[in-house]
Design a binder for this molecule. Structure first.
Ligand code: DC
Length: 223
């Protein structure tokens, strides 16, 4: 089945550049944009705020039930409060990866994620956009880069924001997160057979964006 609404689904490991690329592609095409990782980050953040252990799925489901989560322009609102900055921390990223292993929790947010499938189109990014959430997407991309390059990028980001950072620990955090996201039983990060791999080790963000929009225009001409 292919969707009536054009969907570009982009999956990849943390810090591969998929967030920036997906957002720019969505802007260029005038499409909606879904950053699915921010949902897991917000659940982890909300859980931590309520002192809930992130391995307790039943309690996290309660947190989710009582949470009013919405996206407004570039902001992520949790019960009306802008949490966009707070959920970008290393701690929220790690927490997101921990809560993301829970099956029922993943299923509980499927409908919310799919509600972004609206005309004129959607660019959705995460770990299971191509495999589970939008398997019918017309264009599937696996955006990746080596752990070393991703760690260097993350290190620079942290330093430029005035945070203290240590390259070795940034790299080991990335390797740990990859391991958890790739090896979990439920909806692990994987490259689907029909996904096109784009490696951003040597490719600039704008070239990756151009490649994807070019693929989209080729696909639109043939369908
Ligand atoms: O893309 P990100 O770094 O913001 O994602 C944070 C974590 O959320 C990631 O380590 C794994 C989880 N995640 C997921 O399991 N499935 C998604 N579709 C998106 C993110």
């Amino acid at each position: 089945m292919t969707s009536q609404v054009p969907i570009i689904a982009i999956d990849g490991p943390s810090t591969s550049g998929k967030g920036t690329v997906a957002k720019l592609v969505a802007e260029k095409l005038g499409f909606h944009y879904l950053d699915s990782g921010s949902i897991y980050r917000t659940i982890a953040y909300a859980g931590r705020m309520q002192n809930i252990p992130l391995d307790n799925e039943a309690l996290l489901l309660k947190v989710l039930e009582n949470a009013d989560l919405s996206f407004k322009n570039d902001q992520i609102l949790l019960n009306g409060k802008d949490v966009s900055e707070a959920i970008r921390s290393e701690e929220s990223g790690r927490g997101a990866s921990e809560v993301a292993v829970h099956k029922a929790l993943r299923e509980a947010i499927l409908g919310f994620q799919r509600s972004f499938e609206k005309p004129p189109g959607l660019v959705a990014e995460g770990r299971d956009m191509t495999s589970v959430v939008f398997p019918h997407a017309g264009i599937k991309i696996f955006l990746t880069a080596s752990a070393q390059i991703r760690a260097e990028r993350r290190y620079k980001q942290l330093i430029s924001k005035g945070n203290s950072a240590n390259m070795a620990s940034v790299l080991s955090e990335i390797i740990l997160r990859d391991k958890r996201d790739l090896q979990r039983e439920i909806s692990p990060l994987l490259k689907t057979k029909d996904a096109i791999e784009i490696d951003t080790d040597t490719l600039s963000i704008s070239d990756a964006v151009d490649n994807i929009t070019h693929l989209f225009s080729l696909k639109s001409q043939t369908s």
